[in-house]
Design a protein around this ligand. Structure first.
Ligand code: V47
Length: 364
């Protein structure tokens, strides 16, 4: 193996990884630009093993997308719709209650709830949405509202993000999902999502949450018009923020799906690009405990293989995911926990059902 690493030109990176030493941005660029996939995977696997042993995590969760009405209308997104669109929808608080009640017989421990930037729902709607979920399912952990939504909610609430987060937590918010990060580069944001909160703004919301003890995740949307340098800058900004607060739990690389978006002329990411994004992130983000292979976006089969390329988490059962499926994903809507356990076991790992904060609920 080490011979393969040396002949791929990564001998120096191997030395750093063995010494648990931080990689430079230049190292990450070299890994991205190389086609020595197995060498990159081997390096990432060493980091994964050091941080997570043989554990591979999943969660029993439910997704609720309360509305697709959005004023940002990002070019890479097929989910968000203008209010006037005949495909626009908005769930009432009672609809949310029913969604939760429908699955009360299942051992769901997390509800993942996100939507668009809605032009006129009041702040009280978001508070009521959290409260109604907690009233039906008091023990569930609610991971809701991306940093972009939180910023919008603070504007609606006419209070700082800090105070708004405290109110959301009192109503039932447990943690914040990683969406809305996209690629932090101003060039990418200007070309694909000019109305969206800036990268700095996103990081500031995340760090404010962390300082309050609210954990969050981080994502990067890759495989559209971003350059390797922009990906690495994104990872560097996340690593720096994590050094400051330690509040990120997981990094999730998100594979761009072009169908039904304004970037529909682009092709879908390849399996190699998907694995590289998992592996480079694992090597570079030495202060992130977990890297998630989100099977909804890259498929259950590749997510399973990603467990040998740095990932230690497969997300969860999900069901009724709309953001990727509106953009042409052909993956299943749901994986049963039995299927997740089997995928993880076949990858040679120990399946661990976790809660949102990575407490172990069951070892299989
Ligand atoms: O912010 C939008 C992305 C994100 C497309 O925190 C697209 O554990 C691919 O962040 N093709 C939302 N991606 C999903 C998300 C997420 C999912 C699962 C788990 C977690 C977590 C977070 O989806 C958006 C955006 O970056 N997205 N459109 C598309 N066409």
């Amino acid at each position: 193996m080490e011979e393969m690493i040396n002949s791929a030109g990564f001998g120096d990176i191997l030395v750093k990884i063995k010494a648990a030493e931080r990689l430079s941005a230049g190292d990450a660029v070299r890994l991205y630009e190389s086609n020595e996939l197995l060498a990159i995977g081997y390096l990432a696997n060493l980091v994964r093993e050091r941080l997570n042993g043989d554990n591979a995590y999943f969660i029993y969760n439910q997704h609720i997308n309360y509305s697709n009405i959005c004023t940002n209308l990002c070019k890479f997104c097929a989910f968000g719709k203008d209010k006037s669109s005949d495909q626009a929808y908005e769930m009432s608080i009672d609809d949310i209650r029913k969604k939760v009640e429908e699955r009360l017989d299942e051992p769901i421990t997390e509800i993942h709830m996100v939507g668009g930037i809605h032009p006129d729902l009041p702040f009280s709607y978001y508070i009521d949405a959290l409260r109604v979920i907690k009233s039906v399912r008091p023990d569930v952990h609610i991971q809701a509202f991306t940093c972009v939504e939180i910023f919008h909610l603070a504007e609606l609430n006419q209070k700082p993000v800090h105070d708004t987060l405290i109110e959301l937590r009192e109503a039932g918010l447990g943690s914040i999902p990683g969406g809305g990060a996209e690629v932090f580069s101003p060039r990418i944001r200007a070309r694909t999502c000019e109305k969206k909160l800036s990268g700095e703004g996103w990081l500031e919301v995340a760090k404010t949450a962390h300082r309050l003890g609210i954990k969050s995740n981080a994502t990067m949307l890759y495989g559209h018009i971003e350059t390797v340098a922009e990906r690495v800058e994104h990872l560097e900004a996340l690593r720096k923020a994590q050094d400051e607060t330690g509040g990120f739990m997981t990094f999730i690389p998100l594979a761009f799906h072009p169908k039904n978006t304004e970037l529909a002329d682009l092709s879908r990411s390849s399996g190699i690009l998907d694995l590289k994004n998992v592996a480079v992130a694992r090597c570079f983000l030495d202060n992130f405990q977990h890297i998630k292979a989100y099977w909804v976006m890259i498929g259950a089969k590749l997510a399973q293989i990603a467990l040998s390329f740095g990932a230690d988490d497969m997300d969860g059962t999900v069901k009724e995911e709309l953001i990727t499926h509106m953009a042409g994903a052909e993956t299943e809507q749901m994986l049963a926990s039995k299927q997740l356990v089997r995928l993880i076991k076949e990858a040679g790992r120990i399946p661990i059902e976790r809660d949102t904060l990575y407490n172990v609920l069951k070892r299989y």
